[in-house]
Design a protein around this ligand. Structure first.
Ligand code: G3P
Ligand code: CA
Length: 231
């Protein structure tokens, strides 16, 4: 079961910062998960559009310039990183699940994925593009067919496998509260990986391993890895 550091190793360092990403690298995670917004044509790594939830800023992302956002403190003196900075920090050493959080031009993120493959040592199999916004995923797959698509679900639609198929998805990224054996088995029969968010407690890690899911997103990667190692 792959261990993805959720927003980097966010249980140990400020989420979605280079510090959290570096820590996840040190922990030898299989992958990291990050959240991406767009500002002034730049892709920035931050979870919420409300700045006061993770930085010392106020208001929402789109009320500010890129330069202002870069001047903010995202925790312990860390800056809000760009997607390019995160990919450069990882340099193909593990998978990266890039979650697109708002409407943006998919070309922007696809260009970064191309750069990562051409210049940063990533393979296409290490980069997953995910979003609750399936329109962006669909457009991305049309434009760059080799893109691995992680179809994020918060609710469980009646025909979840249908939209995953339509997106030519690599994985369904599911809420831990709604995952069950039937879903995992069905997804696997359709050739889909199952990635589950967010598994922080040891009981959750264990039950996800028992269900046979392919990966979990966790804020505490070492906790998850040590539990799996002792099984
Ligand atoms: O990508 C999985 C998970 O991160 C989605 O929810 O709110 O933590 O971004 P959230
Ligand atoms: Ca996320």
């Amino acid at each position: 079961m792959w261990i993805f550091a959720h927003r980097g190793a966010s249980g140990h360092a400020p989420e979605n910062t280079l510090k959290a990403i570096s820590l996840a690298m040190d922990m030898q995670c299989d992958g990291i998960e990050i959240d991406v917004h767009e500002c002034d044509g730049q892709l920035i790594v931050i979870h919420n559009r409300w700045l006061n939830s993770t930085t010392n800023g106020q208001g929402i992302i789109h009320q500010h310039s890129f330069a202002h956002l870069r001047s903010l403190d995202a925790g312990l003196g860390e800056k809000i990183p760009t997607l390019r900075e995160v990919l450069t920090c990882v340099k193909g050493r593990c998978m990266v699940n890039i979650e697109v959080k708002s409407w943006l031009t998919e070309r922007l993120v696809l260009a970064e994925m191309d750069y990562a493959v051409q210049s940063l040592g990533f393979s296409d199999q290490q980069l997953i593009l995910s979003s609750f916004n399936h329109h962006i995923l669909h457009a991305a797959k049309q434009q760059r067919p080799q893109t691995l698509i992680g179809a994020l679900t918060s609710c469980i639609p009646l025909h979840y496998a249908h939209f995953a198929q339509e997106l030519q998805a690599f994985s369904v990224n599911c809420d831990i509260d709604f995952i069950n054996q039937a879903m995992v088995d069905d997804a696997h029969q359709r050739g889909l990986k199952v990635l589950v968010y967010t598994a922080n407690e040891l009981d959750d890690i264990e039950s996800m391993a028992k269900l046979g899911v392919d990966g979990v997103f966790t804020n505490y990667p070492t906790r998850a890895m040590s539990r799996l190692a002792h099984k």
